[in-house]
Write a protein that binds this ligand. Structure first.
Ligand code: F6R
Length: 614
C-alpha cells in the first residue's frame, strides 16, 4: 500500500519534514518514493523521485533537502507499471505546474488516457495515477481555478483513491480527497499535515481528523476545509491520539496479524474492484488469454507453497465442480522434482503472496519449460513470479507484514474464484444470469467477513481455555477440509502447538487413536451435502472425550453445546464460498491462542516472510 504525507506551514525544510514523516509509514511496504514541493517565491513545483528505498531519494536530494513550502511525499507500492523512477509518484501534468500523489487504483484510466492522448497530452509513466493529473490540467481549460478543475476531474474517475495535489497556482494550499484508501489530517498551530496513517504526524501533533470516503479537503497553514466532492460542507470530529508510535503503526491493534485479519473486508473489496462489470460479469482486462486458448486446456495444475497451496486446494474443488476438468494441486517443492505431467494443453496456476518463493518460482519455470501456459496469482507487483509468468493477476491485498498470512489467503481465494467464473463464462458453461448470481455472492463477502470479525471477543475467551490444549485436529470434508488445512497451519505457526488437519472421514483409519482429554478437535460443518457425515465424525470425537469445537453456518440446528463444547456460528453463503468466511474465525483463534501463550506473533520462531531458499 502506498504511503502519503503532506505539509503546509512555515517550517524550514518542509521537504525533509514530509520525508521524515514518510519514513514512519515504511511499515506499509513500498518500492519507490518521491517528493514535490512548491517553493514560495516565484512559485515553482519541483519534483524528485527514485526507485527503491527512501534512502535512495534522500541521498539524492542535494539542495532540495532544504527547500520549504507546501510539500507532498509518497512511497509507492506498485499496482500499474513496474517499480522504477518514472512510475514513482508524484506525477505532473504536461506543464509541470501541478503535482499529484495517489494511493489506490483508477479503474477507468485506460479510457481516460485514450481521450487525453487524443487531446494532445503526453505521458511519462505507465501508471493509472498520471492520467488524473493530466485530466485536472485538461479540466482547467474550462474551470475557474484548480479547485473546480480537481472536483470535475475526480467526478470523472471511478475507482479507489486518496490523493494530494500541490500547484504553483496556489502555493500555500494542498488539496486532498479520499474514497477507499486511508487519509488523515494532523492539526497544528499555523501548520497542517496530511498522511495515510497517524504515526506519520505524531511527532508534530496528536490532534487528528480521520477522513471518510467522499471527503474533499483544502488545507492551508491556518485552515482546514472539508466538503463533499460537490462542495457541501462537512464536519469531522477531532481525534486525540493517545497511542505510542508502535501501536499507531498497527492501527491501534497489538499486532500486525490482528490488523491484517481486520483489513480483510477492505482487501477483498480491493481484489474484486475492476474485475466485475456493472452487469456483474467477470472481467480481467489484464489477461491476454483468448477463448480458444482456454478451450485448448484439458487440465489445470495449481502449484504453490504453504498458505498459497491451501488456497489452491480450495480452487481445485471449485474448478472441478464448475469446469468439470481435472485439476491437480501440488506443493511446489514436490512438483519441481516430480517430472510433472504437463504440456501445451495445461494451464498452470501459480499462487504466491510474495512472488519470490524459490520453490514456487522453480515450479513455474519447470511448467514453462514443459510447454504449459502459466498464470500467476500474486500479491507483490513486479516480483519474480509476476515477471516470469505468461499471465498475472494481482490480488491487491497490500503489503502483508505479519509472517503468518491472513489477508493474502482470502484475497487469493477471491482471485481464484473470479478466474474460475471467468473461464466458465468464456467457455459458455455458465450463462450471464448464473455468473451474476455468483458475483453478487462474492460482492456480499466483505460485509459478511465484517460480521465474522464481530466474533472476536467470543473467540478471545474461547482461546484462553483452548491455549492449554496439548494438540489440535482440524477436521472437514471437501471445501471444509481445505480450510481445515489452512486453520491448522495458522495455529501451529503462531502458537507452536501441534496441529494437524484431516479429512474428517479419515480419522477412523488411524488418527482417532490420538484423541483423548487435552486434545482439541475443531470440526468444520459448513458444507450442506456433507453435513450429516460430519455430524457422525463429531460424535466419534466426543465419544473419546476429546474437546470439540464446531464451526457451523448461522441457523444450523444440528450442532449445539449439547453435542460439542463450543460452537462458532458464521454467516452463510454458497457452500463454494464458505472457505472465506470459515477461515476468518480460525485466524482469530490462532491469534488469540498465541496471544494467551505470549508468543512472538508477528515473527514466529524459525519462519520468514519470503522463503527464497529451497
Ligand atoms: C503461512 C505462510 C507461508 C506462505 C508460503 C508461501 O502463513 O505465510 O506458508 O504462504 O511460504 O509464500 P508465498 O505465498 O509468498 O509464495
Amino acid at each position: 500500500m502506498c504511503g502519503i504525507t503532506g505539509y503546509v506551514g512555515g517550517r524550514a525544510s518542509s521537504v525533509r519534514l514530509v520525508l521524515d514523516n514518510l519514513k514512519r509509514l515504511e511499515y506499509r511496504g513500498y518500492d519507490s518514493a518521491g517528493v514535490a514541493v512548491v517553493t514560495p517565491n516565484s512559485p515553482t513545483v519541483t519534483v524528485m523521485k527514485k526507485a527503491g528505498k527512501l534512502a535512495n531519494l534522500t541521498g539524492s536530494l542535494g539542495d532540495l533537502a532544504f527547500a520549504s513550502g507546501a510539500a507532498i511525499a509518497h512511497t509507492r507500492w506498485a499496482t500499474h507499471g513496474r517499480p522504477n523512477d518514472g512510475n514513482a509518484h508524484p506525477h505532473t501534468d504536461c506543464s509541470g505546474r501541478i503535482a499529484l500523489i495517489h494511493n489506490g487504483i483508477i479503474e477507468n484510466y485506460l479510457d481516460l488516457k485514450d481521450d487525453l492522448l487524443a487531446q494532445g497530452h503526453t505521458f511519462s509513466s505507465d501508471t493509472d495515477t498520471e492520467v488524473l493529473v493530466h485530466l485536472i490540467e485538461e479540466r482547467l481549460k474550462t474551470s475557474d481555478g484548480l479547485e473546480t478543475a480537481l472536483r470535475s476531474a475526480l467526478a470523472s474517475v471511478t475507482g479507489a483513491y486518496s490523493i494530494c495535489v500541490v500547484s504553483e497556482m496556489e502555493p500555500d494550499v494542498i488539496y486532498a480527497a479520499k474514497t477507499a484508501s486511508p487519509l488523515i489530517i494532523g492539526l497544528g498551530e499555523g501548520e497542517n499535515f496530511l498522511a495515510s496513517d497517524i504515526p506519520a504526524v505524531m511527532e508534530y501533533t496528536r490532534r487528528v481528523l480521520v477522513l471518510e470516503d467522499g471527503d474533499f479537503v483544502k488545507i492551508t497553514p491556518d485552515q482546514v476545509t472539508i466538503t463533499t466532492l460537490e462542495g457541501a460542507p462537512l464536519q469531522r470530529d477531532v481525534f486525540a491520539v493517545t497511542w505510542d508510535v508502535s501501536t499507531a503503526s498497527k492501527g491501534g491493534y497489538d499486532h500486525f496479524m490482528l490488523k491484517e485479519i481486520h483489513e480483510q473486508p477492505q482487501t477483498i473489496r480491493d481484489t474484486l474492484r475492476g474485475r466485475v462489470s456493472d452487469t456483474n460479469q467477470v472481467m480481467f482486462p489484464e489477461l491476454k488469454l483468448s477463448r480458444e486458448q482456454l478451450l485448448n486446456f484439458n487440465r489445470i495444475v495449481i502449484v504453490a507453497c504453504g498458505t498459497a497451496y491451501h488456497a489452491g486446494m480450495v480452487a481445485k474443488h471449485f474448478y472441478e465442480a464448475l469446469l468439470r476438468r481435472p485439476v491437480e494441486v501440488s506443493v511446489a517443492s514436490e512438483f519441481r522434482y516430480s517430472d510433472p505431467i504437463v504440456d501445451q494443453h495445461t494451464l498452470a496456476i501459480i499462487i504466491s503472496q510474495s512472488g519470490e518463493t524459490a520453490d514456487t518460482l522453480a515450479a513455474l519455470r519447470e511448467a514453462k519449460v514443459k510447454g504449459a501456459t502459466t498464470l500467476a496469482v500474486v500479491n507483490v507487483v513486479g516480483s519474480s513470479i509476476a515477471r516470469e509468468a505468461d499471465e498475472v493477476i494481482y490480488t491487491y491485498a497490500g503489503p502483508e507484514i505479519s509472517v503468518a498470512s491472513t489477508k493474502a489467503y482470502t484475497t487469493q481465494l477471491v482471485a481464484l474464484y473470479l478466474v474460475g467464473l471467468f473461464i466458465a463464462e468464456q467457455e459458455n458453461r455458465l450463462g450471464p444470469t448464473v455468473v451474476s448470481d455468483y458475483v453478487e455472492l462474492l460482492k456480499a463477502l466483505p460485509a459478511q467477513v465484517a460480521e465474522v470479525l464481530k466474533l472476536g471477543p467470543e473467540i478471545k475467551e474461547l482461546a484462553q481455555g483452548l491455549s492449554k490444549s496439548s494438540s489440535f485436529f482440524f477436521l472437514g470434508r471437501g471445501f471444509d477440509y481445505a480450510v481445515a488445512m489452512e486453520a491448522a497451519l495458522k495455529l501451529k505457526e503462531v502458537s507452536y502447538i501441534h496441529a494437524e488437519a484431516y479429512a474428517a472421514g479419515e480419522m477412523k483409519h488411524g488418527p482417532l487413536a490420538l484423541v483423548e482429554p487435552g486434545v482439541t478437535v475443531v470440526c468444520f460443518a459448513t458444507q450442506s451435502a456433507l453435513y450429516d457425515k460430519m455430524l457422525s465424525n463429531v460424535k466419534e470425537i466426543t465419544a473419546r472425550d476429546g474437546g470439540a469445537v464446531a464451526l457451523v453456518k448461522e441457523g444450523d440446528e444440528g450442532l449445539d453445546t449439547r453435542s460439542v463444547d463450543s460452537v462458532l456460528r458464521i454467516p452463510s453463503t454458497h457452500d463454494w464460498f464458505m472457505p472465506i468466511l470459515a477461515i476468518v474465525p480460525m485466524q482469530m483463534l490462532a491469534y488469540y491462542i498465541a496471544a494467551a501463550l505470549g508468543r512472538e506473533i508477528d515473527q514466529p520462531r524459525n519462519l520468514a516472510k519470503s522463503v527464497t531458499v529451497e
